[in-house]
Design a protein around this ligand. Structure first.
Ligand code: AP5
Length: 216
């Protein structure tokens, strides 16, 4: 089973993806996390991606598609995956569709986290993530038990370089232009579920859990 979590930057994809993947018994694959791991390791892919990410622009389709193809071929992804941040363009969605067909998998089901625009900037500029695994926190809405330290793995919390107000504004514009058309794309395929994703993280998790049985 492949589930695509769709939604704007700050929509809560990373926050909800871990529990959703666990409840479906599949892996969580975040292209943002994969790219940030390349960046931290100074791989050629990470070095090439950094300029796009720091401006809030999308990394070229071919790079991301190759990365996802390789990740889905790993043994732990055999039962399926929750894809967080991929696809982000119609070209990526078409490539994913071809890949699933070639590998004999069921077409992806997309879940849209629909969040009022006014909430997004506040969510993003207050976000902190951990160095070890990218676990997300928020200074106001989801503070860690100990300030500056991840509850899960005790690594340091930091603010992502692309969570500044200028970059966030551009990321939202890029979302509207490049990624929002995927809502119509998956709707036309009859493969879209929309979740109202305002309110607290726990309220969103409960709404999502109420729809998960539709996906099985
Ligand atoms: P990526 O890391 O995927 O960033 P994004 O899509 O912009 O999404 P975010 O991680 O910002 O938001 P999220 O929806 O996961 O929200 P979160 O749960 O953290 O991508 C980064 C960059 O990588 C891109 O700009 C691009 O350059 C590149 N890239 C990645 N994938 C690509 C692709 N496929 N193609 C090309 N380029 C690609 O929540 C945000 C905050 O809000 C947190 O602090 C959280 O605690 C808080 N929060 C969450 N839910 C709630 C709630 N219900 N109420 C209050 N606060 C909440």
């Amino acid at each position: 089973m492949i589930v695509v979590l769709l939604g704007p930057p700050g929509g809560g994809k990373g926050t909800q993806a871990v529990g959703l993947a666990a409840s479906l018994g599949v892996v969580h694959v975040s292209t943002g996390d994969l790219l940030r791991a390349h960046l931290a390791a100074h791989t050629p892919l990470g070095v090439a991606a950094e300029a796009y990410m720091s401006r809030g622009e999308l990394v070229p389709d071919e790079t991301v598609i190759d990365m996802v193809r390789a990740r889905l071929a790993e043994p732990d992804a055999a039962p399926g995956a929750v894809l967080d941040g991929f696809p982000r363009t119609v070209a990526q969605a078409e490539a994913l569709g071809r890949l699933l067909l070639e590998t004999g998998r069921t077409p992806a089901h997309a879940i849209l986290l629909d969040v009022p625009r006014a909430d997004l900037i506040r969510r993003l500029t207050g976000r902190r993530v951990c160095r070890a695994a990218g676990h997300p926190y928020h200074v106001e809405f989801k503070p860690p038990r100990r300030e500056g330290v991840c509850d899960v793995d005790q690594s340091e919390l930091y603010q992502r370089a692309d969570d500044t107000i200028a970059t966030v504004t551009n990321r939202l514009e890029v979302y509207d232009r490049e990624t929002a058309p995927l809502i119509g794309y998956y709707q036309a395929l009859g493969r879209l579920t929309t979740i109202e994703a305002g309110g607290t993280p726990a309220e969103v998790t409960a709404r999502l859990a109420g729809r998960v049985s539709d996906l099985r």
